[in-house]
Structure formats: C-alpha cells, structure tokens
Ligand binder design. Structure first.
Ligand code: LMR
Length: 394
C-alpha cells in the first residue's frame, strides 16, 4: 500500500530550518522559522513558565484525561486574554487545540462541516500552512490583495476591491495582529471598513491571532479581534500560546466560536468537542495548564507581561536599528517600512534569487518570499545583515 503514496513537497519554512542547521559557517544568521530568540540566539523558557512548571510538578496529583474541550479554566482565561469584555462569555464556545495550527485546522474543519461548498478568502500572501491545510481539506480558496511590495505597506484599495467578491457564507481569514509573513497590518480605521464590508456581505470572519503581545502590546494587539467579535453575528478565532508564552513544543492553542445568538453556542461547543474527538480526542494539557496558572495568578501574570514586553521592545529596537542602518548604507528610505511593521516578521520584498544569493554569499537565511524573522537578529548582526542587503543591491 505504501508504494501508492505520493511524495509531498517539504514545508519551506521547516526545510529552511534544517538547511540552516547543516550550514557550518559560524557567522550564519537565522531569520527563518518564527521562533523568538534573545540576543544570544537562545529561545528561552519564560520565567513565569518555569515557575508555573515548578508549581505544577509539586501540586499536580493526576494525569488522567481532562475533557474533549480541554480544561474550562484554560478557555475562560484565554477568552478573557483575547476577547477582554468585547462579548459576553456565554457567546463563546471554545476548545483547546494542539497549538495555533491545531486551532486553524479545526476551524477549517468546522466551516467545511457546516458548509461543504464554503470558500475561504485569504490574504495574498498568507502563512503558507494556511494554504496547505485548505488544499488538503479540499476547500476552495480565493486570494485577496494585501501586501504592496513596492511600499512595504498594504494595498488596502486592492484588498477591499477583492473582498467585494464575497458571497454570504464565505469565510474571510484575517490575521488579528502581526501579519505573517509580511509584518504589515491594517490600522483601526481600515479594520472598521473591513468589518462594515463583512457585515454587508454576510461573510464570516476567521481570525488567526498567533502573536498577541509581539506587536503593539497585549491589549492593543487584541483590539481588532475584539472589534470584529463585537460587531459580527458570528466569528471564529484561532489563538496560539506558542510565541507569547514561548511554549512552542507544548502545542497550546484554542479555537473560539463566537455567536451573538447565545442559543447557537451550545451547538458550536458540541461540534468543537466532536471535531476534537475525531481528530485526536483530548487536546494536550500541559501547556494549557501553565498558561492558566499564569493568567490566574497576579504575580506570575505580571512577570509574564513584563518579560513579553521586553521581548517586544527588543524586536522594535532591532527593527529601528535595521531601518536606520539600511538608510545610512543605501541613502534611501526604501526600507523605512521595517520600522513600521509589527510582530516577528517583515517581508523585505526582494526576489527569490536575491534571497538565495544572501544565503549563499552571506549565510543569511530568510524564507524564499523574503520573510525575515526579526527576532533572529541582534545588535551585532544587524549591521552585517544591512551590509549584505546593500551589497546584494536588492
Ligand atoms: C512560522 O511561520 O515560521 C511559524 O508559525 C512556525 C511554523 O509552524 O511555520
């Protein structure tokens, strides 16, 4: 039977991770996979996570199953973190999932289950795994214009134009903050226009929020998601704890189905439990429990917020340093957008050939579409990167 299997293309981001590891050059720079690194190039375990793990080790008495939706306390804590008081708690059905990717996958499963002919509108570009999962599930995708590589900003007129093609029941995938892969984000006024259009068309927003706290701050980064949830009759939100709690391998995420009609919440909740059961039964608990402990403990929460804020400030500083350095070396403001972008990523806007050249000649690893992980830099590597970009004459 196995001989009938078809080889699958490697995931470009994960393949790049391996190529980087195999490169013997000591001065190589990893701007690939979206994993936060500190100035020493280490992905640290956050202090609050360590403290919560210690406490959990002492207090936990059983590893028995929790529930198909995960621990309700995790759902409560995460709904509060992401949605604040934008909608009543009863309006939200939530299921813990294996990471943000698990939430994305379950969301697509849910919309296909509700409507086998559903179309999902996706930004051009979007995270490649969105497209891969949609294709795998045989869901029709419709791209909408998003990034303007000439300016490094958003082609908002193009985006709105393309979203005019929405039909009632279509799904629009939006990045809640820190757009992956571009780093370019809608401003609050633009979000309001998108919300009005979705209301007008009867389309369902699905928000992927994987970097809350990496952009403008924990509360600020959730504002758009909250505005969407409050304004639309229904929406789906896939949230990840991988990055903002630094617990990547623990696979901690959540899918929320928000409905203004509270009578629908029970059905949505039962469907989320059913989908979890079909795919992997009980979601992982360890990371979710740590997150719950942190969010429900004033001291741990304050420390988590402080460390996350330091990480965010560090990335902002690197953005500004890189933009300034490129300004100095090229004599142009062409890369000024790097300081305006938010989150872990920026798309530089150079060709795949130039990306390859940077890797070959300078040991700089970025994804083929020229997405850079800003957190892969430090104050010492920024000048080297700027020099390499200027030399490549991009
Ligand atoms: C990324 O975009 O690099 C991260 O979200 C990691 C991944 O799974 O691709």
């Amino acid at each position: 039977m196995f001989k009938t299997l078809k080889p699958q293309p490697a995931d470009k981001i994960l393949a790049l991770m391996q190529t980087f590891r195999d490169d013997p050059r000591a001065d190589k720079i990893d701007l690939g996979v979206g994993v936060y690194k500190n100035a020493e190039g280490v992905t640290p375990i956050m202090r609050a996570i360590k403290a919560a793990e210690h406490r959990l080790w002492q207090e936990q008495q059983s590893k028995s199953y929790v529930g198909l939706l995960g621990d309700p306390a995790f759902s409560d804590a995460m709904v509060a973190l992401v949605l604040g008081d934008a909608v009543p708690r009863e309006a939200v059905a939530a299921a813990a999932t294996p990471g943000g990717t698990g939430a994305v996958r379950q969301a697509f499963e849910l919309v296909r289950y509700a409507n086998p002919d559903v179309r999902v509108f996706v930004s051009d570009p979007t995270w490649p795994n969105h497209l891969s999962i949609l294709k795998y599930l045989n869901i029709e995708t419709v791209p909408y214009r998003y990034f303007d590589s000439a300016t490094g900003g958003i082609d908002f007129a193009g985006m709105m134009d393309d979203l005019q093609g929405l039909r009632a029941g279509d799904v629009v995938l939006l990045h809640g903050c820190c757009h992956n892969p571009t780093g370019a984000n809608l401003n609050p006024v633009e979000w309001q226009s998108v919300i009005a259009l979705l209301q007008d068309k009867g389309a369902l927003p699905m928000i992927d929020i994987a970097y809350q706290g990496f952009g403008d701050g924990v509360e600020q980064d959730a504002e758009a998601t909250r505005a969407v949830a409050a304004a639309l009759p229904e929406c789906l939100i896939a949230a990840s704890c991988s990055k903002n709690f630094g617990i990547y391998r623990e696979r901690t995420g959540i899918l929320m189905a928000v409905s203004q009609d509270a009578s629908q919440t029970g059905l949505a909740r039962d469907t989320l439990a059913f989908l979890n059961r079909q795919n992997y039964s009980f979601p992982p608990d360890h990371g979710a429990r740590l997150v719950t402990m942190i969010l429900n403990d004033d001291e741990l929460r304050a420390d988590w917020r402080a460390e996350l804020e330091d990480m965010r400030q560090g990335m902002l500083g690197l953005r500004q340093q890189l933009a300034d350095e490129l300004q100095r070396l090229t004599g142009s403001d062409r890369f000024g957008f790097l300081a305006q972008h938010r989150g872990m990523f920026s798309r530089l806007g150079i060709s795949p050939e130039k990306v390859e050249e940077l890797r070959r000649d300078h040991g700089v690893y970025m994804v083929g579409d020229s997405r850079m992980n800003i957190a892969g830099l430090n104050a010492k590597t920024v000048p080297a990167l700027a020099q390499a970009i200027a030399e490549a004459d991009v």
